[in-house]
Design a protein around this ligand. Structure first.
Ligand SMILES: Cc1cc2nc3c(=O)[nH]c(=O)nc-3n(C[C@H](O)[C@H](O)[C@H](O)COP(=O)(O)OP(=O)(O)OC[C@H]3O[C@@H](n4cnc5c(N)ncnc54)[C@H](O)[C@@H]3O)c2cc1C
Length: 381
């Protein structure tokens, strides 16, 4: 009997998991004892951090995307379809167009999607901008190209947000870019955050405060969006504060695919054991990446490290062994401080985040990582 391993989602977590599982189980796959299938609703793998550079004309949307077939080991069966339901008692998946497929072990890596319509000021009736997909990043590029005076408000509207660095990095990059363009004196930058400090990670909040001060960036904490009058360009906060803007950019709310709740894998985010990454609700089912409820950042680095744990555990189970590898919540995030220096922070479930010295080297290291990412996706780094 062939052991069926199915991975859902061809993003960071799913692609790294699939390639590393193939590497680990290559003998079993060659002999037909194991089959690995990756189900992706799109034939492309998207590396979202590239969108950060698109509004500034430093990257194009196509730079963020590669055909999955070029990244995934050819011995893995690629299925391009959307999973519409997971039957965890019958151990099968329903696909939108190709019937259903069985699994013995399932890895869910369906990510987190921005809830644009549910975020005040950002839906069809709003004029808020974001960088969470290629089209939105290009729209923001068009806005920025004509923006040479007024107030740019950068707001984190809801939490948790995907990538902890984005709010800090975007705001500092905007400051640096406007200085280079000679427009900074005519542009006010305001940053709002929904809790009582400038970032949810204490160390990042402490790191950013003096840097925003030095750059003349105005800040509001505990700023909870209530409504946005997009015609008048005013944000109304829950405490009655009114904030006018000429350009609103921000981090919308995020949500998992409805597949999770509908399949009984969690009320909202997929509920897993934070160390084994196994579903709290179904046997043989694992979660990797942004879709899970693990108590750490939603970041590509977390998806990458978590994939390593899931690969070891699934490979052990497929061989009839007791899985031993556990996940400690490893995360690493670059923090760009403008255009020529950067820092990075790392943390685990049990260790407080540490922010390293800000250097030019780290800035170049981040750019270099973005280039070599495609090796990571292939499971080679
Ligand atoms: C602008 C930006 C900058 C970022 N910068 C960084 C950074 O510097 N460092 C960092 O670590 N992280 C960063 N991130 C976050 C990082 O991109 C995510 O954390 C990472 O992509 C999560 O990987 P994932 O596999 O969980 O989800 P994703 O990469 O989002 O992949 C999910 C995949 O599942 C597919 N899918 C969803 N539902 C289904 C279904 N029902 N059936 C089939 N397929 C489905 C989707 O199409 C998608 O391909 C950034 C994100 C953004 C947007």
């Amino acid at each position: 009997m062939t052991t069926e391993i199915v991975i859902v989602g061809g993003g960071v977590g799913g692609t790294v998991t699939a390639n590393r599982l193939q590497k680990e189980l290559h003998r079993e796959v060659s002999s037909g004892d194991v089959r690995i299938r990756l189900v992706s609703e799109t034939p492309y793998h998207v590396y979202k951090p590239t969108f950060f550079y698109v509004p500034w004309g430093e990257a194009e949307p196509e730079d963020a995307s590669r055909p999955l077939a070029d990244l995934v080991d050819r011995r893995i069966d690629l299925v391009y379809d959307r999973v519409t339901h997971i039957d965890t008692s019958g151990k099968s998946l329903d696909l939108a167009e190709n019937g259903s497929i069985p699994y013995d072990y399932l890895v869910v890596a369906t990510g987190a999607a921005p809830d644009i319509e549910g975020t005040p000021g950002f839906g069809a009736d709003g004029n808020g901008h974001h960088i969470y997909d290629a089209e939105a990043a290009m729209e923001l590029r068009r806005e920025l190209s004509a923006f040479d005076s007024g107030r740019l408000v950068f707001s984190v509207v809801e939490m948790p947000h995907v990538c902890p660095a984005v709010p800090i990095e975007f705001t500092m990059l905007a400051d640096a870019r406007f200085r280079q363009l000679g427009t900074r004196d005519d542009i006010d930058i305001t940053y709002t955050y929904p809790i009582s400090q400038l970032h949810s990670v204490d160390a990042a909040a402490e790191w950013v405060e003096p840097r925003f001060d030095d750059r003349g960036i105005e800040t509001y904490t505990e700023f909870a969006f209530d409504t946005v009058d997009s015609d008048a360009e005013v944000i109304h906060a829950a405490d009655g504060t009114e904030l006018e803007y000429d350009l609103l950019v921000g981090v919308p709310g995020f949500e998992p695919s409805p597949l999770i709740a509908e399949s009984g894998l969690g009320e909202s985010w997929m509920e897993v054991d934070k160390h084994t990454l196994e579903s709290d609700h179904a046997d043989g089912v694992f979660g990797v990446g942004d879709v899970t409820n693990i108590p750490t950042s939603k970041a590509g680095s977390v998806a990458h490290y978590a994939a390593g744990t899931v690969v070891d555990r699934v490979a052990a189970l497929a061989r009839g062994h007791e899985p031993r590898t556990t996940f400690d919540g490893d995360a690493i995030c670059f923090l760009e401080a403008g255009t020529d220096s950067g820092s990075h922070m790392s943390f685990t479930y049990d260790s407080e985040p540490v922010i390293r010295n800000e250097t030019e080297f780290v800035h170049w290291a981040k750019l270099a990582y973005n280039e070599t990412y495609w090796l990571t996706a292939r499971g080679l780094a």
